[in-house]
Design a binder for this molecule. Structure first.
Ligand code: SAM
Ligand code: SF4
Length: 470
């Protein structure tokens, strides 16, 4: 694999970033207009956005990012939770608490019984979508991962159930992905960590499985070949220059689109590096991204790939999440615990010796749901697209022209209503019901039939029916 040339050309990225310096206002406005038309940008255009210094243009860019988010995704925010299955790892990635040589970490893999306990705790909180996360270890092969997926789907608590399982694990061969596809996974995520070849080689010691840049960067090509329709890309910001990484994400998107008939990544993730137990690199990196630059990179990704889902994780603090969500984010996790076994041990917010890094937002799902309502968004627990076969090219045909929110807002209301009935505090119930009413009024303005349609479905949920979707 390592003999193969890949599609990230470091020299070309440096050249475009150099040429993009001091962009004219007029050319930036042309690029804005293209994003507004929901057209994916070319690398030379994104490079210019990355070089904007002018305060007015930056403000325009932020407001356009908000507008595009609203146009493509509406005011929905989809909720999920991470579930760490095991922290054994054969690699030594310098930035990660789970790395092989970190003796301060207590190694642990959930048994199937422990996994059930975790799932029940999550379902009791109202979660419907999970991402299962694994270290890289021969123990966590495709058959083991399939077993964990099956266990999650089989485990129900009262009316609670997990309806979509996504995976973040080491890259596999096509056969492995095929097994996961048959087990019914949603998205398979692989973060390239850094797209910069030299930095990649420095941070992933030679001889480790993960040191093979090409094996990793083609990991999602193999996933699609193995039948997985939805794939998620990402870069870990803070390992190298953030502008370079945004370019890498764009080139990766273009590669997938060109290779698979227009189907790009389903989601883009842009985690920032967080402190981790006995992991000095996390404090020392000279490329750590400031909050100001973080806002810019989120808005620039939104403008560059207007129709792709964007995930903001609980690595970020509540304050940063509040500011950044409106700039283009479509999915967040909440109520998250990343210590292995952390949900069943809910009383402990942190279990540092079993965690990969330190989370910035450990508020409850209920609290975050309430906050999302207060910024005018509609929390969604929807899993309908994947179960109705609206994935891959079908999803893209809906997403690209900006139709998603029209299709999905009804499902958001239905799943949110289910959440409100099953779980939370009176306060959340009150605020949440107001959000639903407001959205019904918006439907009414589009057409009275649309409102009636949604109201009829909502009544089914009030009468005790679960899992109603269109
Ligand atoms: N072990 C697999 C792998 O590396 O592909 C699965 C993913 S790993 C458990 C999840 C992700 O966490 C990594 O891809 C990396 O981007 C991120 N990560 C690692 N160390 C981190 C840190 N200190 N702060 C924030 N994110 C980190
Ligand atoms: Fe292992 Fe993944 Fe952490 Fe690297 S990032 S040390 S592969 S868990």
């Amino acid at each position: 694999m390592s003999e193969k040339k890949d599609f990230i050309n470091d020299e070309e990225i440096f050249r475009l970033l150099e040429e993009g310096k001091n962009p004219e206002k007029a050319e930036i406005r042309e690029i804005f207009a293209k994003s507004k038309d929901m057209v994916r940008l070319e690398p030379a255009e994104t490079a210019k956005l990355l070089q904007i210094q002018d305060e007015d243009l930056l403000e325009e860019m932020f407001s356009l990012a908000r507008e595009i988010k609203e146009e493509v995704y509406g005011s929905r925010i989809v909720f999920f939770a991470p579930l760490y299955i095991g922290n054994n790892c054969i690699n030594n990635c310098l930035y990660c608490g789970f790395r092989r040589d970190n003796k301060s970490i207590v190694r642990k893999t959930l048994t199937m019984d422990e996994l059930r306990d975790e799932v029940i705790a999550l379902e009791k909180n109202g979660q419907k979508r999970l991402i299962l996360v694994y270290g890289e270890h021969p123990m966590y092969d495709a058959d083991f991962i399939v077993k964990t997926i099956e266990t999650v789907y089989e485990t129900t608590a009262g009316s609670g159930e997990i309806r979509r399982v996504n995976i973040n694990a080491a890259p596999m061969d096509v056969e492995g992905y095929r097994k996961l596809h048959e087990a019914g996974i949603g998205t398979f995520q692989i973060f390239q960590e850094t797209y910069h070849h030299e930095t990649y080689a420095k941070l992933h010691p030679k001889g480790d499985m993960k040191s093979d840049y090409q094996w990793r960067i083609y990991g999602l090509d193999r996933a699609i070949e193995g039948g997985i329709d939805d794939v998620g890309i990402g870069a870990l910001f803070g390992l190298y220059d953030w502008k370079f990484e945004v370019m890498g994400l764009l080139y990766h998107t273009i590669h997938l689109e060109e290779t698979f008939g227009g189907i790009g990544p389903h989601t883009i993730s842009f985690p920032r590096i967080e402190p981790a137990l006995d992991t000095p690199f996390t404090q020392q990196s000279k490329y750590k991204v400031s909050d100001e630059d973080f806002k810019k990179l989120v808005a620039i990704i939104r403008l560059s790939v207007p129709y792709t889902g964007m995930i903001l994780t609980a690595r970020e603090s509540p304050e940063v999440r509040r500011e950044v969500i409106p700039l283009g984010v479509s999915q967040i996790d909440a109520g998250s615990r990343i210590g292995i076994g952390g949900y069943a041990e809910a009383a402990k917010g942190y279990i540092p010796e079993k965690e990969q890094f330190h989370l910035g937002d450990i508020r409850s799902l209920d609290e975050v749901v309430r906050e999302v309502c207060s910024i005018g968004c509609v929390p969604s627990f929807c899993t309908a697209c994947y179960r109705a076969g609206r994935t891959g090219d079908h999803f893209m045909s809906l997403a690209k022209p900006g139709f998603v929110h029209k299709y999905c807002m009804t499902n958001a209301l239905l799943t949110f209503k289910e959440y409100l009935l099953d779980c939370p505090s009176e306060e959340t119930k009150r605020i949440g019901e107001a959000v639903i009413q407001k959205q019904l009024e918006a439907f009414e303005k589009e057409s009275p039939e649309k409102r009636k349609f949604a109201e009829d479905k909502l009544k089914l949920i009030e009468q005790g029916k679960h899992d109603v979707y269109v």
